[in-house]
Design a protein around this ligand. Structure first.
Ligand code: PEP
Ligand code: MG
Length: 757
């Protein structure tokens, strides 16, 4: 019997060997000393030879919209750096736009084909083009063409894909830097990101990546078996790690469990493993194979609109990063030195991690995040400019890149050019000048031109805030948000721990008053170690004093801790989110009980006690007079009050800026509260973010508010404007605008202040 003839074209190992050979030659080529253009030319030569095609070309992005032919074997050499196409134009432009391969035996007959006479490509019928991508970002397109009418085999597509991936990796490492504009390495161009401001301020510094990108320095491997083994060992380690996380995860935290389950599913996914093994078979190293799959998932992520699917692709992305770290040994500690003025860049960050960095940072830019996130609360407490929703910044930024954060506009300039730098420098200089001005009035009272005194207090939430009491000239801490100690902990803090923190806060404040607000959790502030309750409308849900009264254990513990910390000193307490009188009286009763308990135990009692409520729901404005007499003081939480007044979620980008604080309805509402408090002699303050905005603060003072509590950095600007304002005149302007039927008083107020200041 005749042995069947071995058809080399059908031998599955043949193509593998070929692709490995191609990659091996590519590696040799890349290791030679050469300029960028020479390298690209050599790659196109090599690929044309190995693939037995007449044409091999490389197109790279020249700018965000234009691709340029950067190297070719087979097309007219004169066309190099001359032929350009816009994103979406022609077959190459389409590949770049959609990140998808085109493989056709009849290029001129394919939809979108554009004839480019200068290249002489009309003679070629078959066409295979693949995107050159790194981590889902398209850097260019690689094309092979031949006269023969044929479609390229799966293996051939695989080879080109792998080579494209290596080119992308090399681009990252700067292998093509040098000759020609379009050959510049990625990550060299200036990029502007327009994000959302979560904390105002300006910062200039250098990028510090919270999770540095893993750099795959060896995309090509000689020994596939060894790479398979490396991959298998790393995946095993990954699986064990995920199982460990699952076994220790908080059982009540559905979201975390869902993410971890997704991790486990991906870590055990046969399809994922198979694709990576195939890539290794083609000649990639284990880490390059992981990155190739990650890149495909990222490209898909940008196309998918379903939020659930997007989340899962994100999970796969996270998991790939973990696997890459295991494979390369590059953890968070990459050995890189933190730059002098670090601006933290991350996809997202937890509050505890942010606190660890502390004030050494100059600013923070997050790809995700939200204005009301815990990280944002910490950033605010640390007075660090914070921009969220800076889409794709973690893909663009490299450690050490110059970066400017404009927390007024929400703009982030990465690798800014000289004009931007100098404009920004001017802006910072103006701000520094203003700071000097504020410093010069630090010890002067906020006394208006009409002789009224407005007390300026500061909001705080961390020990680290306390030095600002002196430097800002604040007269007191008008709001100490106590939830940060709970949010940044992985377990419920103990009474003794809390007591120590509160005592240190009072020590640091010396004889200045500190208004401790009891725990305000629920809604956006979810404790990681407490069972999360699924609520359709968390902002209107089981939060703050409602939780405290239904489950009084934590409130009792906290109140005891604060009383113990006071030990012989005056104590001021305030309950958040009181919506009706009974909530206040029951909470107050808890405080009285706690004092009694301390007395029985023989512990020193506070020298004096004031207990107040936050007015954050419109209902409290209309509560019976008895409430106004029960409380020792009221403090308007304008952030919440405004969201309920206008029914506009304070965290929803679509609506949160929709209604002006200086809207006549809102201002009139505040004025009625001021008048009621004056008539009933209830001390009143305002501690929402608006208290720290100079124009808003002046208007609040004009309608009778005499205590404003704000971020420390706002005290100077607010004092400065108040000292130059006549509140009677300003009140007349506000009332006139109301009589004139205007929607907001902002226009006339600004005009008035401009003419006077
Ligand atoms: C407010 O609602 O205005 C307030 C000061 O409280 P928080 O921002 O912590 O909800
Ligand atoms: Mg509030």
């Amino acid at each position: 019997m005749n042995e069947p003839m071995n058809d080399p074209m059908n031998d599955p190992t043949r193509q593998m060997t070929n692709s490995r050979q191609v990659l091996s030659r590519l590696r040799t080529l890349m290791s030679e000393e050469a300029g960028g253009q020479t390298r690209l030319d050599a790659i196109t030569d090599l690929m044309a030879q190995e693939m037995h095609v007449e044409v091999c070309s490389i197109y790279l992005f020249r700018d965000e919209e234009t691709l340029e032919l950067c190297a070719t074997q087979g097309l007219n050499p004169e066309a190099v750096h001359q032929t350009r196409m816009r994103l979406g134009e022609g077959l190459v432009g389409r590949i770049a736009k959609h990140g998808q391969i085109i493989n056709t035996d009849n290029a001129p007959g394919t939809r979108g084909f554009r004839y480019m006479p200068e290249t002489g490509e009309e003679a070629y019928s078959s066409f295979l083009g693949v995107p050159i991508q790194r981590l889902g970002e398209t850097l260019g397109v690689m094309v092979v063409q031949s006269k023969e009418v044929r479609t390229y085999s799966e293996e051939e597509v695989g080879v080109i894909e792998v080579v494209a991936m290596v080119i992308a990796e090399m681009t990252e490492l700067g292998a093509f830097v040098g000759d020609g504009a379009a050959l510049s390495a990625r990550h060299q161009r200036p990029v502007l990101f327009n994000g959302t401001v979560a904390q105002e301020g300006a910062a200039a510094g250098q990028v510090w990546l919270h999770e540095p990108r893993v750099v795959v320095a060896n995309p090509i491997a000689e020994d596939p078996e060894r790479e398979m083994e490396r991959l298998n060992t790393a995946v095993e380690e990954l699986r064990v790690g995920v199982d460990r996380m699952l076994s220790t995860a908080a059982k009540g935290d559905k979201e975390q469990l869902q993410v971890l389950e997704a991790y486990r599913m991906f870590a055990n996914s046969k399809g994922w493993m198979r694709r990576m093994e195939e890539d290794i078979g083609l000649g990639l190293s284990a880490e390059a194979a992981v990155e190739k799959e990650q890149s495909t998932a990222r490209a898909r992520m940008s196309q998918v609109t379903d939020p659930y699917l997007r989340e899962r692709l994100h999970d796969l992305d996270d998991l790939s990063n973990r696997l890459l770290r295991i494979l390369t040994g590059q953890g968070k500690e990459t050995g890189a030195e933190m730059p002098e003025s670090p601006v933290l860049v991350a996809r997202n960050i937890g509050p505890a991690e942010l606190l660890d960095y502390g004030r050494q940072l100059k600013g923070i830019v997050l790809e995700e995040g939200s204005v009301g996130s815990h990280a944002a609360i910490v950033a605010r407490a640390l007075a660090l400019p914070l921009i969220v929703h800076a889409d794709r910044i973690t893909t663009e930024a490299l450690n050490g890149d110059p970066i400017l954060v404009d927390g007024d506009q929400g703009a982030v300039h990465l690798r800014p050019d000289d004009t931007v730098v100098s404009a920004f420098r001017d802006k910072m200089a103006m701000q520094a000048k203003a700071q000097e001005r504020y410093a010069s009035i630090r010890d002067l009272p906020a006394e208006t031109l009409c002789g009224r005194r407005v007390a300026l207090h500061m909001n705080a939430g961390l020990m680290a805030d306390l030095p600002s009491l002196d430097s800002s000239g604040a007269e007191a801490v008008g709001l100490f948000r106590t939830e940060l100690q709970f949010l940044t902990n992985s377990h419920m803090p103990k009474r003794s721990e809390l007591s120590q923190v509160y005592a240190r806060v009072m020590d640091a404040a010396k004889d200045k008053r500190v208004v401790f607000r009891t725990l305000d959790i629920g809604s956006d502030k979810v404790l990681p170690y407490m069972r999360a309750v699924q609520e359709p409308n968390p902002a209107l849900g089981w939060r703050a004093v409602r939780v405290a009264l239904d489950k009084p254990g934590v409130m009792r513990m906290q109140v005891q801790a604060i009383i113990r910390a006071a030990a012989g000193r005056p104590l001021t307490l305030m309950f958040p989110f009181v919506a009706q009188r009974e909530e206040f009286t029951r909470s107050r009763a808890e405080v009285d009980k706690a004092i009694e308990r301390e007395r029985i135990l023989g512990h020193p009692l506070p020298a004096s006690l004031e207990v107040g409520a936050m007015l954050e729901t419109p209902s409290l404005a209309f509560a019976p007079d008895t409430l106004y007499r029960d409380v020792d003081f009221l403090s308007i939480g304008g952030n919440d009050l405004k969201q309920f007044f206008f029914a506009a979620d304070r965290e929803n980008e679509l609506v949160r800026r929709r209604y002006d604080t200086l809207n006549v309805s809102f201002l009139t509402f505040i004025e009625t509260i001021v008048d009621r408090c004056a008539a009933l002699e209830t001390p009143l303050s305002f501690c929402g973010e608006d208290a720290g905005r100079p124009i808003e603060a002046a208007c609040l003072a004009a309608i009778g508010m005499r205590t404003l509590s704000m971020r420390p950095a706002s005290i100077g600007p607010v004092k400065s404007i108040l000292r130059r304002t006549n509140l009677d005149d300003l009140r007349d302007v506000i009332h006139q605008a109301r009589e004139d039927g205007l929607q907001s008083v902002r226009g006339p107020v600004m005009e008035h202040l401009r003419s006077k200041l």
